[in-house]
Design a protein around this ligand. Structure first.
Ligand code: NAD
Length: 484
């Protein structure tokens, strides 16, 4: 079946204003299976205007927090009802096994919507004691107001889950939104908008404009009526967005990439660490922002651990993820396939040794063999750059201090994992590692109530948890003079 996807603006479907379209390509077969509207500045303008109307006297602006919460709750139920469909949409678009989004992305998205339903009427202000106004007493209090229209720009690796992280929090805060999904994965965002309409959200609160980053994404960043850009994606695009939005004083949240260390101490549970490292390397073909792609291992266990990890890599069944028994599909797109192979070749050229995998040359489909490097050092490109594929780099250390120094010797700081049975050491290392999230004996736990985000090149701001909803508000202070 050929998919023909359009924008969703103010509750209706629209072609691009100039009729252009973007082909959707199946990463398993490399065949075109449909197309989506290639959004224009005019399309963005139409969507932003609709979102703005809802804030300026529209039906949405009349709802209180409890009513917004009820709508979010209903949306959560509808997403739960359509779990399989949404998981299939995301999985098919990037060649991922649908089992992963069914088990991980969808439950997380539903939990986020339910949590946000509770946050919607808890965004309280404060009463603040003051020194009065030129000798007269005053009462000062604050209220939390929605920041305004949000431009939500989303990547392709976990499209629905990341869209919902933004959507749930901004709706709880009373904002409206124009979502720009990745050009590879517009399906689930469009379906989510239709579900929101079914739940009873007024038309215009949630709009989706499909298209390219340098057209739709840029138009959102430059639009005078967009108050905040919430972006998840690469540092390169994040930098450009920050620059554009900065000139216009827009609020910006940036969830960017990572090169997250998994630190394996000699007293770690070997099997647990092995399973966790394999998961952190190979889940979603390694196309995970928190992928634990730098494996820092204590020298005394490095050979045994490397060999076991290589066995795990070789045991991964790579193929069409729709076939039974297949654990890993292709990477999402040709550019990603080329990038991953380029880095594998660079690793070899810079002197690292392959324990498993290598450059892939499949006949058809963008399949990459799970790859493990050893004899690497932290200065190599395969240790410093985010590859975003199933490639792990093993680096050895001799002491806790060295492990921490290696972990922090990175421009990124998104996540880290510490594997050890010595809990005092675990907490000491967790405190010393510069990252937005540290897992102790577990790789990348996600929860609707936990904040998520990075330091350094991994981004600015946090999503998730109650503070994630607060981030979509402005605190306004009101002072009244109280003459006696
Ligand atoms: P990308 O930056 O190429 O694209 C992300 C989104 O931004 C897409 O919708 C794209 O069309 C749009 N875009 C691109 N250039 C833009 C511009 N100049 N202005 C406005 N919008 C623009 O990233 P990607 O390849 O889709 O995703 C992979 C990256 O996302 C990786 O670096 C990964 O680590 C990161 N990521 C981070 C998190 C996190 O939570 N920190 C989660 C998932 C992915």
């Amino acid at each position: 079946m050929t998919e023909h996807l359009n924008h969703f603006i103010e509750g209706a479907s629209f072609e691009a204003s100039d009729g252009r379209r973007i082909n959707l390509v199946n990463p398993v077969t490399e065949q075109v299976y449909g197309s989506s509207a290639q959004g224009t500045t005019e399309d963005v303008d139409r969507a932003v205007a609709a979102a703005h109307r809802q804030l300026e006297g529209g039906a949405w602006s009349q709802l209180d927090g409890a009513q917004r919460g009820q709508l979010l709750s209903k949306l959560a139920d509808l997403v739960e009802r359509d779990t399989e469909l949404l998981a299939d949409m995301d999985a098919n678009a990037i060649g991922r096994s649908p089992i992963e989004p069914r088990r991980m992305d969808l439950p997380n998205a539903i939990a986020n919507l339910r949590a946000a339903a509770g946050w919607a009427n808890q965004l309280e202000g404060r009463t603040i004691p003051t020194g009065g106004y030129f000798g007269t007493k005053t009462l000062s209090y604050t209220v939390r107001e929605p920041v305004g229209v949000v431009g939500a720009i989303v990547p392709w690796n976990s499209p629905l889950m990341i869209t919902v992280w933004k959507l749930a929090a901004l709706l709880a805060a009373g904002c409206t939104v124009v979502i720009k999904p990745s050009e590879e994965t517009p399906q689930s965002a469009l379906h989510l908008a239709v579900l929101a309409q079914e739940a009873g959200f007024p038309d215009g609160v949630i709009n989706v404009v499909t298209g390219y980053g340098n057209e739709v994404g840029r138009a959102l960043c430059e639009h005078p009526l967009v108050a905040k850009i919430s972006f998840t994606g690469s540092p390169e695009a994040g930098r450009e967005i920050q620059r554009t939005a900065g000139v216009l004083f827009k609020r910006v949240a940036l969830e960017l990439g990572g090169k997250s260390p998994q630190i394996v101490f000699d007293n770690a549970s070997f099997e647990d660490a092995l399973r966790g490292c394999a998961l952190g390397l190979f889940a979603n073909q390694g196309q995970v922002c928190a992928a634990g792609s730098r494996i820092l291992v204590h020298r005394s266990i490095a050979d045994r651990f490397g060999a076991a990890l290589a066995d795990a890599a070789q045991a991964v069944n790579v193929g069409d993820p729709r076939q039974p028994g297949v654990q890993m599909g292709p990477v999402a797109k040709k550019a990603q396939f080329d990038r991953v192979n380029r880095y594998i070749q660079l690793g070899i050229d810079q002197g690292a040794s392959l324990l498993a995998g290598g450059v892939s040359t499949p006949e058809r489909g963008w399949f990459v063999r799970p790859t493990i490097f050893t004899n690497a050092n932290n200065a190599m490109a395969i240790a410093q750059d985010e590859i975003f594929g199933p490639v792990g780099t093993l680096i050895t250390f001799d002491s806790e201090e060295e492990a921490i120094a290696l972990a922090n010797d990175s421009s990124y700081g998104l996540a880290a994992t510490v594997w050890t049975t010595d809990l005092v050491r675990a907490h000491r290392v967790a405190a010393a590692v510069k990252a937005g999230a540290v897992g102790i004996n577990c790789w990348s736990p996600l929860d609707a109530n936990l904040p998520w985000g990075g330091v350094k090149t991994s981004g600015i701001g946090r999503e998730g948890g109650f503070a994630g909803a607060v981030a979509y508000t402005e605190e306004k202070v009101i002072t009244v003079l109280l003459p006696s």
